[in-house]
Design a binder for this molecule. Sequence first.
Ligand SMILES: Nc1ncnc2c1ncn2[C@@H]1O[C@H](COP(=O)(O)OP(=O)(O)OP(=O)(O)O)[C@@H](O)[C@H]1O
Ligand SMILES: [Mg+2]
Length: 317
Amino acid sequence: MSLLEVDDLRLYFYTKRGTAKAVDRVGFRVEKNETLGLIGESGCGKTTTALAIMKLIKPPGQIVHGKILFQDRDIVSLDKEDMRELRGKGLAIIRQEAQNSLNPVMSIGKQIAEGLLVHDKIGKKEAWERAEHQLGLVGLDTKMISHFPHEFSGGMKQRAVIAMATVCRPQFLILDEPTTGLDVIVQRQLLSLINHLKQELGLTALLIAHDLAVIAETCDRVAVMYAGKIVEHSDTVSLYRKPLHPYSQALLSAYPNLKGEKKQLRSIPGVPPRLINTPYGCKFEPRCSYALEACKHQEPEMMYQDGRYVACHLFQA
Ligand SMILES: Nc1ncnc2c1ncn2[C@@H]1O[C@H](COP(=O)(O)OP(=O)(O)OP(=O)(O)O)[C@@H](O)[C@H]1O
Ligand SMILES: [Mg+2]
């Protein structure tokens, strides 16, 4: 049984300009103790997928179809109270740019202890002690427990954010761009911290990142997203060795060198994905150099082939 199973998820934003299908028929599974990577260009729906799993989507966004099964319970139909209980101990998220949302007038210790007071129903003293222990676990000096966010560097803030997300020992952790914007050395330290915590806490994770080297080091499997859809889903080694979908090929070739210096993803020629009034057929067709006639009119189904999933007419017999 998978720990998390997303099935035919559709999440739309109802805007004045029209309906943006930010997540469109998305499905994937994450098995216990594995890490799934989610990659794709900016605006393709990665964060929206993550927030849907946490049930943190606000209007005009709405889940219009599908299931999100966590330990066989459908998150989509859970009420606020059940969801509050599930967050923290069951599911946790490190949101994109989470360090910017640290409370500037509350000590780091209090911010870490807050989750424990809500979810573990323990006293303030015990919560404080556990927060202190947690700071040590993420490699920060425990004396910094009563310090305020402005006294932390960017990398230290990110460690504090990781401490907050993991203090209640969640089973499933979503990391949305956890190392973006930090220098390469700090990125490396954070990555090894994340890998260490995964083992220490027995975590199952969903990692969203633009940096394909980060994904390669951390993830067992990877899902490639384009214009609200998953176009390919495979184990990391096979995907990196031989990407099947033309979009995956473009993404991987846009990334200069996996083993060399880390750089931000370069852009892929063509117009970025549209989510409002998307064209019929394959969403990547206007940018695809292998496009067939069928790609214009017919949306490709997800195909299973040799342990890999790909949604592309080139692979449909
Ligand atoms: N509050 C909102 N109102 C309207 N549309 C939204 C809203 N939030 C997101 N969207 C739409 O959903 C799309 C997907 O956004 P999302 O933040 O999930 O992308 P992403 O893949 O995480 O991008 P990035 O890599 O830049 O973080 C956006 O292109 C936008 O059209
Ligand atoms: Mg995002």
